[in-house]
Write a protein that binds this ligand. Sequence first.
Ligand code: DI6
Ligand code: FE
Length: 400
Amino acid sequence: MSTRLLTNATLATMAGPRYGLVPGGAVALDGDRIAWAGPMADLPAAHADAPVEDMAGRLITPAPIDCHTHLVHAGDRAREFEMRLNGASYEEVARAGGGILSTVRATRAASEAELIATALPRLDAMLAEGVATVEVKSGYGLDRETELRMLRAARALERHRKVRVVTSFLGAHAVPPDFAGRADAYIDEVCVPTLEAAAAEGLVDAVDGFCEGIAFDTAQIGRLFDRARMLGLPVKLHAEQLSHMGGAALAARLGALSADHVEYTTEEDARAMAAAGTVAVILPGAFYTLRETRAPPVAAFRAAGVAMAVATDCNPGSAPMVSLTLAMNMACTFFRLTPEEALAGVTVNAARALGLTDRGRIAPSQLADLAIWEAGHPAELAYRIGATPLHRRIFAGEDA
Ligand code: DI6
Ligand code: FE
């Protein structure tokens, strides 16, 4: 028995090679789960009596997952954008008290309701491209109260929209001004106790950090991640974005879910990540905005067998971007991912980057989160620029 039957569709199930493509396909939904998917000719009798909806040949994919965002934050950094266009580098802006810290000031001043209200338009833009799961990081509070408020706001988004939110605690995003030059003290006196408080409140799905010259080194991140392990929380890391700091190797050594950005990752790092099952999260929006020139070693990731995910990195500084299909396009054009790798990057591999196995593929028992597209072939999703051919989103088995 199923509750809905979508027929006459092209399926990109992402559950097999070549997109897991099924022309002339059908999907049977049972409540909030997928009951069956395959060629219409093979439809089991058990599903044949469900109400049928003819998809008129449209493409159905798993609903996209944006696995790396800083969606919840206050303010914007348009002036900083202007500074950079007048010649300042990202690091110079950060060292001059701008950058992440200017968003910290705005976020500390915002109430939970304000954080929710400013995140919703960005979230709506993501949902308009079919997204059903979004990861949201803290990291613009850098004090106990604001980090907790950001995470509560992130969780609250699920009460405002049909979306699944996965949170990451990013207390180790930057050293706050009151701890300038005392990064170790910040980690031990603020970051770790705040993580414990947030975890006790059930606000943390994973622990993230920014391993970079302008942020934290591997020893500091390592101490935080030791505590994450004691709390039973998985870890992930902003690693090797602007320089090679050893973050990817640390992530692999600790069995991290993902290492993100990874422009300066080496072949050796790639092999370690493959062995650990650590996903490489490719973030071309930040590469583009910062006008970086070092591309992540995609060929080395492929050769080593590292799964690649693609995300927006939606944040007010390095990626003021909400479009996951644009991120797919950029991953293809800048980094030479194939359109199939880009789609895997926002579905099956994005789920892996979040440690989730219940979504990202069209297969029995997966969550019934689907995107239906006015498209004939899945390569169209990465190919178009500025036009999203979404026809409809199905969330937990229902039109959304
Ligand atoms: N890497 C990034 O690209 C963002 N955070 C991070 O750790 C930048 C965040 C910002 O500039 O506000
Ligand atoms: Fe980020």
